[in-house]
Design a protein around this ligand. Structure first.
Ligand SMILES: NC(=O)c1ccc[n+]([C@@H]2O[C@H](COP(=O)([O-])OP(=O)(O)OC[C@H]3O[C@@H](n4cnc5c(N)ncnc54)[C@H](O)[C@@H]3O)[C@@H](O)[C@H]2O)c1
Length: 259
């Protein structure tokens, strides 16, 4: 799929990996909708990118707001790319299945994490794909669009205390192939990136000793991943037409230990 001249919807585009992806796709000629619940930061990114970038405030958990972001994309041109990046772990969801004092993990914390990451990603995917399916094919393969989901290596080897987040991201990993199969007849590919530890704003706030400990665990290169490296992989998952139903780890060969 061509990036230049097409429209990309980026959820979570106001920060971190989403912001880097919005910038990257814009620099390659895409028009970009930055969909994020943080209205102020989403507008800042849209202003930075200039003409052809639009901020839409809302939540991936809200059907109407997500549809509004898809509709905003359609006003810019052909929505051919959806980058479903919004998500993350919350403090409420962290903890062992049963704590050392015998308390089971909060069901609300577990559910809300699955809701944000797995249900929110599916909501984005289904509404984005429905809009893509109405477009004419863009090329001689009959391709109409590409969706890139965001999981985490915690979906493969979640650590102690990550049962909610890891389960949600494992769901996104599993959903990717099924959605690719579901959407094959519409000419829509679905891929996924499973990042390791990426150097986004949130990690910048962590104590330097903590960062250094985490970086030391990455075999090579011994550092956090750069958000631009995530965006570059997203670009490849879009432009290489034979990549479909694929989950790509982006992790410097790290495998999380149990803790
Ligand atoms: N940074 C990492 O090391 C890392 C590693 C593995 C996976 N990931 C995943 O990558 C994604 C992005 O992570 P990040 O580090 O860039 O996070 P971030 O917190 O910097 O950015 C996330 C963005 O998503 C937005 N958002 C959150 N909930 C939303 C909702 N319901 N609707 C719309 N927008 C919402 C936030 O406002 C924020 O702008 C997440 O899914 C995260 O789980 C990150």
């Amino acid at each position: 799929m061509e990036i230049d001249g097409n429209v990309a919807l980026v959820t979570g585009g106001a920060s971190g990996l989403g912001k880097a992806t919005a910038r990257y796709m814009s620099s390659r000629g895409a028009k970009v909708v930055i969909f994020d619940r943080d209205d102020t930061k989403a507008k800042e990114v849209a202003n930075e990118l200039g003409a052809g970038a639009v901020a839409v405030a809302g939540s991936i958990l809200d059907e109407v707001e997500t549809q509004a972001a898809v509709d905003a994309a359609a006003t810019l041109g052909d929505l051919r790319m959806v980058f479903a990046i919004a998500g993350g772990a919350t403090a409420a969801s962290a903890g062992r299945t049963v704590s050392r004092n015998g308390t089971p993990l909060s069901l609300e914390g577990f559910s809300s994490t699955v809701e944000l990451n797995l249900v929110g990603t599916f909501n984005t995917l289904r509404l984005g794909a429905a809009a893509m399916a109405k477009l004419d094919p863009a090329n001689d393969d009959g391709e109409r669009g590409v969706i890139v989901n965001t999981a985490s290596i915690a979906g493969y080897e979640g650590q102690i205390g990550q049962v909610a987040y890891g389960s949600a991201k494992a769901g996104i990993i599993g959903m990717t192939l099924i959605a690719a199969r579901d959407l094959a007849s519409a000419g829509i590919r679905v891929n996924c990136i499973a990042p390791g530890t990426m150097g986004t704003e949130a990690w910048g706030l962590a104590p330097s000793e903590m960062r250094e400990t985490l970086e030391a665990k990455v075999p090579f290169p011994r550092r956090f991943g750069k958000p631009e490296e995530f965006a570059a992989l997203a670009e490849h998952l879009v432009t290489n037409r034979y990549l479909n139903g694929h989950v790509a780890r982006l992790d410097g060969a790290i495998r999380f230990d149990p803790k």
